[in-house]
Design a protein around this ligand. Sequence first.
Ligand SMILES: *Cc1c(COP(=O)(O)O)cnc(C)c1O
Length: 404
Amino acid sequence: MLDIQKIRADFPILSQTVNGKPLVYFDNGATSQKPQIVLDAIEKYYQEINANIHRGVHTLSQLATDAYEVSRGKVQQHINAKFAHEVLFNSGTTHGINLVTNGFASILKPGDEVLVSSLEHHSNIVPWQMLCEKTGAVLKVIPMNEGGELIMDAYDALLSEKTKIVTVNHISNALGVINPIKYIIEKAHAVGAAVLIDGAQAVPHLKPDVQDLDCDFYVFSGHKMCGPTGTGILYGKEAWLNKLPPYQGGGEMIKEVTFEKTTYADLPHKFEAGTPNIAGGIVLGTAIDYLNQIGFDNIQKHEKELLEHATKRLLEIEGLRIYGTGKNKASVVSFNIDGIHPYDIGSIIDKLGIAVRTGHHCAQPIMNFFCIPGTVRASFSFYNTKEEIDLMVEAVKKAKTMLS
Ligand SMILES: *Cc1c(COP(=O)(O)O)cnc(C)c1O
């Protein structure tokens, strides 16, 4: 069992008070908090080895380059990529998806089809719409049911020779639903389509195995898994990364430049133009070490208890509805109370020290599906406790009394 109090002591921000109350941080789906070991590693980098990477022969540049490449290796191991050069550093999920859609602009033809799911974050919808506009490809949407689960029969029916790429999140940020991505990937490959998995909400809760999944691309952000903001990973199968054109041109991504012709660097540098977030990339490795030390089995076990406790306690409140009721869920509870705007609940409970997200969670199509303006979303991390959930439930009850 996890010693949660000991783990909480690793996170300085959690011992704060907000509005005079102890902070209850339930907005982990938006970004996670950072342990001291990550904060220390950022400081240590700038104090001891700060230098530009892959350039200098001098000692610090080599130390920084080594640390950056060690971190790439940690990510490779963590997600079980076949090669380190299939792991590209970037600024986050949004950046990773745009890199892929930019590349597909040179592949798609008018009439080709792109399949997205109805559970996507805007950053896994809008870049594909832009791509379709540019190429004349057609965007098709995998529908979902009232429980927030993707309908696999409908998915099967949408797949055809015209499908060139399928893009779907591993876990929905708005509802916490875990999607059957292995099935989705297998079926897409059967018609020759590539698959991108948006793993932004999955990596805080589980360790993806990209070879076992057999996905073509897997993207995630560092900041939702205890790492710094402005860091992210795009995993791509070697063959795909060789096939796609570079995203940005500049330093670092070239082999040779003349005014007549430029040749591009090998992977992964072809997709890493310019000076990256060096400290961030290195420290993402520290965050991954930290999570592995706690252990994803332990994390999942604890978070499952939190989810069950929160679901049970919240449903005690009359008029409360939870969205996303499938069996396979991460520790996210998205809810509304009859006749009350989610924003009002969020504002009142904030005064009581409780941080939740309210609104459409960058997933307006899901809110349109349920005909609601948004939800209150409590997203739990391994450092949260049942006692904190009880505080939230009391606060929501208080808000309900005040607002009805
Ligand atoms: C947070 C999130 C994103 C966007 O991540 P950024 O770090 O803002 O680029 C995309 N998809 C999902 C499912 C997310 O939760």
